[in-house]
Design a binder for this molecule. Structure first.
Ligand code: MD3
Ligand code: FE
Length: 222
């Protein structure tokens, strides 16, 4: 009884019974996690769309304004892309190479439409790629104009240890694993919480042929 075993697995992971074939959403510090929101087929269907974006706007290894290389490689789709270099962090209307950012794939916008709604669509989809050993230190996302707009994240590939704290630096934090297909929405009080990725469990998923993790964050920038 494979279905029964999958349900039991979900129950031990999330502590609540499956609903409509998916574990119930989990709220932590004002964020809502939708475990396994995308099934394997939906995850696989996103990959060619993302490869298309990355072919037009290649992943870059950004440096911080202090000149420290980031271990995460990044690119974006949409009207704006998030960039970092010696001049600072900011949203830019072109890729660092000078090319236009490609449009956000409809299949990615559909996830926003389904979970957030249609009042406003995101104008940036930041694509983070985590290879073996990549991490992201605790930070706030505060380069957007309206913190009333949520941020939606989609995890694909290897699972990652996500950490979230308070809206002030140095407070207590909590962590949870993000697995492939998990979708998270940060709105309300969670929107300005410190957060980061401690580590990825490299090789834990077979979604990406060479391993690693892709995280998409959909943002309303303007
Ligand atoms: C909580 N990315 O790109 S996504 C980022 O997995 C970023 O690549 C991480 O943090 C990643 O800025 C985490 C989940 C996330 C995104 C935005 C948030 C959590 C957030 C904004 C406010 C609070
Ligand atoms: Fe962030």
């Amino acid at each position: 009884m494979l279905i029964f075993e999958e349900m039991a697995g979900n129950m031990s992971r999330f502590g609540s019974p499956a609903q409509n074939g998916r574990p119930a959403p989990v709220t932590l510090r004002g964020m809502t996690l939708y475990p396994n929101h995308l099934d394997r087929g939906a995850q696989e269907a996103l990959l060619p769309e993302l490869r298309h974006v990355i072919a037009a706007a290649p992943l870059v290894s950004p440096v911080t304004p202090w000149g420290k290389p980031m271990s995460v490689r990044m690119t974006s789709a949409g009207q704006f892309g998030w960039v970092s270099d010696r001049r600072g962090y900011r949203y830019a209307d072109h890729h660092p190479s000078g090319t236009e950012w490609p449009p956000i794939p409809e299949s990615v916008l559909d996830i926003w439409r389904e979970i957030v709604g249609t009042a406003r669509l995101p104008d940036c989809c930041l694509i983070n790629f985590y290879g073996e050993g990549a991490r992201m230190g605790l930070h706030q996302d505060r380069d957007e104009a309206d913190f009333g707009q949520p941020v939606l994240s989609v995890s694909l590939g290897d699972r990652a240890r996500f950490r979230i704290g308070d809206t002030e630096k140095g407070g207590p934090t909590e962590s949870l694993w993000l697995g492939s297909g998990d979708v998270m929405v940060m709105g309300g009080p969670a929107r300005l919480a410190y957060h980061g990725i401690d580590r990825i469990d490299f090789g834990s998923s077979d979604l990406l042929p060479k391993g690693g993790r892709i995280n998409l964050t959909l943002r309303v920038v303007t």
